[in-house]
Design a protein around this ligand. Sequence first.
Ligand code: ADP
Length: 793
Amino acid sequence: ISELLSNSNPKFTYYSDFDRSSVNSIDVDKFDNIWISFHGRTVYKFNRQQNPFLWYHHIEDNLNSLSQSSVTMVQEDRSGNIWFNTDGLERYDPVNGKFTHFKYDPDNPNGLSSPFVTSISEDKYGYYWIGTEKGINRLNPKTGVFNHIFSNPQDLSGNVISEVLISKSGDLWVSSPKTGLQLYNIEKNKFYSFDLDTTSTEDEGTGIYEDHTGILWCNTYTYGCFAVKIKDYKIESVKHYIHDPNNRNSLSCNLVEDIIRTRIIDTNAVWIATNIGLNRLDLKTETFTHFYVEDGLPSNFILKVLEDNDGNIWCACSNDIAVYNIKTGKISSYGAGDGMPFTGFGSRPQNACKTADGQLIFSGGSGSLGFYPDQLKQNMQIPTIYLTDFKIFHESVKLDTSIQFIKTIELPFDQNVFSFEFTALNFTNSEKNQYAYKLEGFYDDWIYIGHERVVSFTNIEPGEYVFRVKGSNNHGVWNETGASVMIIITPPWWASAWVYIFYAIVFLSIIYFTWKLQLKRIRIKHDYEMSKFESNKMHELDNLKSRFFANISHEFRTPLTLILGISKKILDKAKDQVFKDDIGIIKRNANRLNGLVNQLLDLSKLESGNMTLRIYPQNIIPLLKGLVLSFASFAERKRITLKFNSEEEEIVAYIDKDKVEKIVTNLLSNPFKFTPKGGRIEFGVKKTDENVELVISDTGIGISPDRINKIFDRFYQVDSSHTREQEGTGLGLALTKELVELHKGQIEVESSEGKGSTFIVTLPLGKVHLKPEEIIEGKLEGEDAIPEELELS
Ligand code: ADP
């Protein structure tokens, strides 16, 4: 134990100050760790497994080691020697464990041209082609002589070589940050240059890799990488792969460190190490898949990538190495805790190689790390996963039991910001445990979160969810069952099921009533249109009738005038009373006919707008009195009391005398038709401030309320047996109304069936309502003559 402790053996984990004198106890745990405790507080943990890592480094005062630990280049040649670059070139022969040093000596023209060697490649003749920061060197291993070759002898800065590689055809690929990609024809000693990116003047070349199909992969530090085919020293095709922020399936980062094409299982893929993540380019679909810390990588800074003999992908990340298991698709990593002799590969340039017997070697700032992948022991212990804490609004929640035993958590809708903490019970390199979670019901895919042990949720909608977390141990062995807890977020009262039903009912009723209303509106509109249609029809019919009557009225007039003239003459001369009576009947009927014809003509005049007023101011009382008187004998004959009432003796009004006569005659003749014997008809005249009112009332049969509105329509007669007994045309009131309106007056009727009717005509006084051309100043001659007694039946 003393011997073990004295070495700075990486297998030891030192736990506290110790007193080596007395061992208290020694124990072995299931991970093969030996725990040694001493009296007092001192404990050691010792992993007794064989360290699988080989460490190529400088050992002080030992010429048979690297002359420096910082290694920038490592390559194996065909005879199995491993070449390193430290402050010169070093060759290691694994068979006898011997190192040969090729030191840089500026005074030796046959030595290395620069101490900074970036790459080495052996040709078929056994010469070594060496890329340095000052040109290309060719080493003859038999003589130990280095020949110097410059592609650009004038400008030595143009001869910084980042990589050389013997091509399948025996030429030498040369990559340089200044001149880009070149091909050196060894036999002709001639350089060919290729411009891969014609859009850029800079020809940066960082590394080259030729895959088994002859495609050359060139990486750069600033603009991604190229896949190039060259034939007969000419570019046949170039494909440029760059990071496109808008394309999730493009390269993850334009700073490309390394490229390999895999051959063993995954034959259609190219793996690309970048500064931000590991990429797998699928050559069939030309799309990139990315791998990051969340997927289990120890870091996103990937330096080198190699394929082992089982087809798994190994890469050097900034501190650790990681492996992508080609069968499971899972990533695990190895670091200091697994016995790795140093932490950190340092900064660029880096190099790596796979030897013929399957050893993977990654070079770094503290030496080179070699290992055989199948010797790296995997921790196969499936870790148990526990929830360790539950927080609402970043505050731990006090639960009845430990969170790991809780099956369901119920939260009100306004407490939906919560987080879980969890852990995988694996204590070997526990910082490399990985986790993934999902919230079923919200997002059903696993979300890989790398080594993170907390996950938070904000503003989760009300509903039922299952939170699941799974985890892996340090070597990516997953516990797929993990731990889970059900979360129920209850909705607020205004979003509960009952309230939704209520919303639905309200919504449906609104729709129902709107629909009803709409239906009603359509019906009303339809009715209105129907009635409009009907009234239009009626109007048309009226017009037709009027026109017809107007036409024939003219024809009737002349014969009527003749009949009237002659019957008057005969009446004057006749002596025989019986004969006289007969002629009287002829004259009376001819007069009636004449009156009707005149009414028809008046109406058609009104209709065509040819009826003009001839107005002058006059006292209307004598005129009205005269008109009423003219009905006196008729009233007497029918035994009806006829009265004329007026408080005024003089009312001067602007009227057309002829028209007013017609109005009054019409309004007086109706009551006589509809008032039975012993009835009473009164004619009143009243003066108000602005109007004169003529009121004609009777004690006749009256008009039923449903018909009263129609009596002013043309050709309308109240359809009752009584009225039908009376002669009439239904024209009188229509004409009267229009004549009143011509005077800007109004006519109204009040009636109660069986009791009588009252017609009221209101005519405005003064002349402001009249047109100047309607007024005739000065009285016309003969106009004042009282009309002759009317002859009615
Ligand atoms: P008519 O030539 O048929 O009398 P009117 O236009 O003068 O035509 O009157 C229209 C209808 O109004 C009459 O047929 C009658 O039914 C009704 N009417 C008018 N005046 C009266 C009234 N004073 N009493 C009862 N019914 C009346």
